[in-house]
Design a protein around this ligand. Structure first.
Ligand code: SAM
Length: 267
């Protein structure tokens, strides 16, 4: 019975490829015109076909070392064609490389007064959950991931159960399946992690949500933006200021370091 409910649930939550493609086209048509949107659509499909050749598929296994070490499945190589095609119209799944992740967290922990135990780590567009696993090696207050595609979310769930690391320090981890552009930010000091999960309009919406939330409840929020292709959109959040930028990531902050007495550690 539970299996049947799960199947029904996942069928209802299936994201339509045609609807995704149509929205993608419309978004670009508004910005660049219909002719250009159609050319870009054909170009994206051609790139999808190129990415499907055995040679390109083999190259994607290059990111599997992390999986081998931790006995999990976070590689972009083992993603089915339908989810890869959906990735063309939302954002393709690609896991954050582990050395770079730890470099970004080291930059974060160097911020004046930063204390892991006061912060919730949130990854919008969490894919198969690699960042959730890597973040759990730090003593964050809690960890939340939001992923649009049910197939990737299911794998993330499996990974959370399988992950074994002597370094693990946070066990309060939640993986949510849903559209992160609707995400209601918790009123907590937050480290928001973004690795290009959205197209421009989606990121604008998330930043507007964050801006509204910060105006209603001022608090400290760091944004770790990996591969910051649409960094200009962070300008939409008046409270944010840039603290650090390299060619691989940017670190923004809003608000003051919290008084730790107000936030008990739950992990
Ligand atoms: C580049 S991957 C990053 C994966 C993960 N954050 C990491 O760094 O390892 C981007 C992810 O965002 C997801 N995504 C795209 N649009 C989304 C949306 N509206 N809501 C939630 N997730 C989304 C994609 O399915 C994909 O898994």
């Amino acid at each position: 019975m539970i299996g049947l409910m799960d199947e029904l649930d996942s069928a209802l939550r299936r994201i339509s490829v045609t609807r995704s493609a149509w929205r993608w086209w419309k978004n670009i048509a508004v910005r660049d015109g219909r002719g250009s949107a159609t050319w870009q659509f054909l170009g994206a499909l051609a790139e999808f076909v190129r990415e499907s050749t055995p040679e390109r598929r083999r190259q994607r296994y290059g990111d599997a070392e992390y999986d081998w070490e931790h006995r999990v499945n976070t590689t972009s190589a083992a993603v089915g064609w339908r989810d890869r095609l959906l990735g063309v119209f939302h954002s393709p799944y690609q896991p954050t490389e582990s050395a770079l992740f730890h470099e970004m967290i080291a930059a974060l922990s160097d911020q004046k007064g930063f204390d892991f135990g006061a912060f919730t780590f949130i990854d919008l567009g969490s894919g198969k959950g690699r960042t959730l696993l890597m973040a759990s090696d730090y003593p964050f207050r809690r960890i939340v991931g939001v992923e649009l595609l049910p197939a990737l979310h299911r794998v993330a769930w499996g990974n959370l159960g399988k992950y074994r690391s002597e370094a693990q320090k946070c066990f309060a981890i939640e993986a949510i399946c849903g559209d992160a552009t609707d995400f209601a930010f918790p009123v907590e000091p937050t480290v928001l992690f973004l690795f290009n999960p959205f197209l421009e309009s989606g990121l604008r919406r998330v930043i507007a949500n964050l801006d509204r939330s910060l105006r209603e409840q001022p608090r400290v929020v760091y944004v770790l933006y990996h591969n910051p292709l649409l960094e200009h959109e962070l300008g939409g959040c008046s409270a944010m200021k840039k603290n650090l930028g390299t060619n691989q990531y940017a670190l923004y902050v809003a608000g003051e370091i919290p008084d730790l007495k107000n936030y008990g550690s739950i992990s």
